[in-house]
Design a protein around this ligand. Structure first.
Ligand code: SAH
Length: 362
């Protein structure tokens, strides 16, 4: 996987774009590498799991999707059980989280009979996997969340926003210098555009110094705004879970192949490219749209509040080694501060008249 004609085709396309139009932003590079319709990383493969390039929380343990599903179902009950409503996921990967959420919420009266499952997924390969995982639930797929029907919206986005393309800027004495992907002879190379002011980054002048790097994810903020608008109009909530921070600082763009970090310019289209999520602009986009957001909460704390330890104990009862050992390791991996517990965080976007979903604080 990851080598051969596909890769060189994409590299060829990128170089042709740069020769025709000059150096491209990191955002254009990322978007082309990840979602090019013929040669993009996500378009052409299932990148998840041991045999792939990276592993995500729902692939580590069923407990993750179960608890998130139950949290959204409780929020739905607390708000009068709207009928019908949309249970949506952005970037559902293999469909594992949604399948675990649907199984866990079978016990919630009415929830599944009125839920319409909608998935926003760019990858034909992963859509096929999701269809197989979610047999019997008749999900409806969309290319973008703009196409979701207008209805109360209960939405999950786990490790989705980190895949959206960021622009990157380094502050110097005379403004912001954007990181650009250009060519040195026939080799892709990183450079910096001349310094310029940028209104969207004015607010970062207060917490940065010359030499600091910041990233701007315009599509992420636009999507958070659109989600929040729907929630304000129709009710509901969104759970955004990802690695990142509040007002993130520094170069966080990374490439992963076979579970190892690689150079972001090496073999474009053959590795996963992500950036840490800066949750502050997502939260502000939501409040601009009239919604509220929760406190940004570490994943470990969030899952503990939802009862992951009790669930882990219940699942452990019939298990013996080695299944028991891997179950204990999975619990630890999801929650421990040295693993995913602190780096990953959860933010809810919710209706202004509502409290955040269970496990989160206003
Ligand atoms: N949420 C899953 C998968 C995370 S990987 C999990 O936790 O396991 C990122 C997912 O987002 C993949 O399904 C990928 O195909 C999808 N994706 C990436 N960029 C996208 C885009 N621009 N639009 C829609 N889906 C996208």
């Amino acid at each position: 996987m990851g080598t051969g004609p596909r890769v060189s085709a994409l590299e060829h396309i990128l170089k042709r774009m740069i020769r025709a139009e000059g150096p491209m932003s990191l955002a254009t590079y990322m978007a082309t590498c990840l979602t090019h319709p013929d040669h993009g990383y996500y378009t052409t493969r299932d990148p998840l799991g041991v045999a792939g390039d990276f592993t995500t929380a729902p692939e580590i343990s069923q407990m993750f999707g179960e608890l998130i599903g139950l949290s959204l179902a409780q929020h739905w009950l607390d708000h009068g059980a709207p009928d019908p409503f949309i249970l949506a996921e952005l970037g559902p990967g293999r469909g594992t989280l949604m399948a675990d959420a649907l199984r866990a919420t079978r016990a919630v009266p009415g929830f599944l009979s009125v839920a319409q499952i909608h998935l926003v997924e760019v990858s034909p390969t992963l859509r096929a996997t999701q269809a197989a995982t979610l047999t019997g639930h008749s999900p409806i797929w969309h290319d973008t969340l703009a196409n979701l029907p207008e209805a109360p919206l209960y939405l999950i986005a786990n490790e989705y926003f980190d895949a959206l393309p960021v622009r990157q800027f380094r502050r110097d004495a005379n403004g912001w210098r954007e990181t650009m992907v250009g060519l040195d002879g026939d080799t892709l190379t990183l450079g910096a555009a001349p310094p310029a002011p940028l209104a969207a980054l004015d607010y970062r002048l207060e917490d940065t110094h010359p030499g600091d790097t910041v990233e701007l994810n315009a599509p992420a903020a636009a999507e958070a705004h659109a989600i929040a608008q729907r929630i304000v109009t129709h009710g509901g909530a969104a759970l955004v879970i990802d690695y990142g921070d509040w007002r993130a600082l520094g170069d966080t763009v990374q490439a992963m192949r076979n579970h190892e970090a690689v150079d972001i310019l090496n073999a474009p289209g053959a590795s996963d490219l992500t950036a840490h999520v800066d949750f502050e602009p997502l939260a502000h986009a939501a409040t601009d749209a009239g919604a509220r957001h929760s406190r940004l909460t570490p994943q470990g704390v969030y899952l503990e509040r939802l009862g992951i330890t009790q669930r882990a104990q219940a699942l452990a009862r019939p298990l013996r080694a080695p299944a028991l050992d891997s179950h204990i390791a999975a619990h630890r991996r999801l929650t421990h501060p040295a693993e995913m517990g602190t780096l990953f965080k959860c933010l809810s976007l919710h209706h202004p008249a509502a409290a955040p979903p269970p496990g989160l604080e206003p």
